[in-house]
Design a protein. Structure first.
Length: 326
């Protein structure tokens, strides 16, 4: 009888010891939140570093209480829906992305997982209003629609006699028509003729750009959608080869050899996106978090590219530049 009692006592003791350990393990699992990122291309990224650094400041550390799942379209916007669905299947706590097509893909894939925009160009159809998004999408917009006419103004300041401007635009963007309409209005106001260069896929770059030359543009304005960013090096090389001054909507083009870029600071927008993620993980609902607009814009000028084009940058532009690359 004593042996039976001893065995029973041992079993009870083991169960009592295992219970708190199991509870602690479950608590540990709950603390490990899953953040998905839907991006354009893998590789070193200042914007991603900015995002992770800000999360770390707020107590979210990879491997300790956060795990990241990152998926990249590699410039193929049509892959965003598939990648978004994959992140949903992996049960992310939050999904972060910067591109308008990617945000649309995320919203179509889930109506419950919070989606944080880190600089989406056009929130139309994604939120009810800036002040009260009302759904599972919130974050920061990039003001891309309003930016186009400003790029035209920069072009006119850069080349006052320029009257014909080619506009490189990714044709698969969901907000393509609105981008074009804004640019047309800006062109009319400046007395500039706009030449469309609509690229649908990789094969369009050579064909579309070569066809553009027949229109004899005085310069080019480039909208950096996922596909265009993927072919950034080819685009910059083409402009240099044909001595065409180009204005880009993202300073990353200029840091890779382009002439001039102006747009919202993506590192800053990703930093602010991290503050949204922090609030959501601490219990806030995306529907109640107002969407912010960018407050930090960058004007970056590459003097080496200007010299290769035999172009003198007006002092009025140089004095306003946030960075001049020599």
């Amino acid at each position: 009888m004593r042996r039976g009692v001893t065995k029973l006592t041992t079993v009870v003791a083991v169960l009592l010891l295992a219970a708190p350990l199991a509870a602690e393990a479950q608590q540990g699992e709950k603390k490990l939140v899953r953040i998905g990122y839907l991006g354009n291309a893998a590789g070193p990224s200042a914007v991603w570093d900015s995002f992770v650094s800000e999360l770390r400041k707020r107590g979210w550390n990879e491997g300790q209480n956060v795990v990241f799942e990152r998926r990249f379209s590699e410039g193929q916007a049509e892959r965003f829906p598939e990648l978004a669905q994959e992140l949903v299947r992996l049960r992310m706590d939050v999904i972060v992305t910067a591109f308008t097509p990617a945000v649309h893909a995320g919203k179509q894939a889930t109506s419950t997982i919070p989606i944080v925009m880190a600089g989406a160009g056009d929130p139309t159809g994604l939120i009810a209003s800036l002040g009260r998004p009302g759904g599972n999408v919130t974050g920061v917009t990039a003001l891309t629609l309003e930016l186009g006419p400003k790029l035209l103004e920069l072009f006119k300041e850069l080349t006052p006699k320029g009257a014909r401007v080619a506009y490189v635009l990714q044709g698969t963007l969901v907000h393509r028509e609105r981008l074009w309409q804004e640019m047309e209005m800006g062109a009319r106001a400046l007395g500039v003729k706009l030449i469309p260069v609509i690229v649908q896929g990789p094969e369009d770059f050579t064909r579309g750009l070569e066809a553009m030359l027949k229109e004899r543009p005085d310069g080019v304005v480039v909208h950096g959608g996922p596909l265009v960013l993927r072919h950034m090096a080819d685009l910059i090389a083409f402009m240099a080869k044909h001595k065409l001054p180009a204005v880009y909507d993202n300073s990353v083009f200029v840091r890779r050899g382009g002439l001039i870029g102006y747009g919202a600071s993506f590192p800053d927008m990703f930093l602010r996106a991290a503050t949204y993620v922090d609030k959501i993980l601490k219990g806030a609902k995306p529907a109640d978090l107002p969407v912010e607009q960018p407050t930090k814009f960058e004007l970056v000028i590459n003097l080496k590219a200007a010299k290769a084009l035999n172009l003198t940058i007006p002092p009025s532009l140089l004095v306003r530049a946030d960075q001049v690359i020599e």
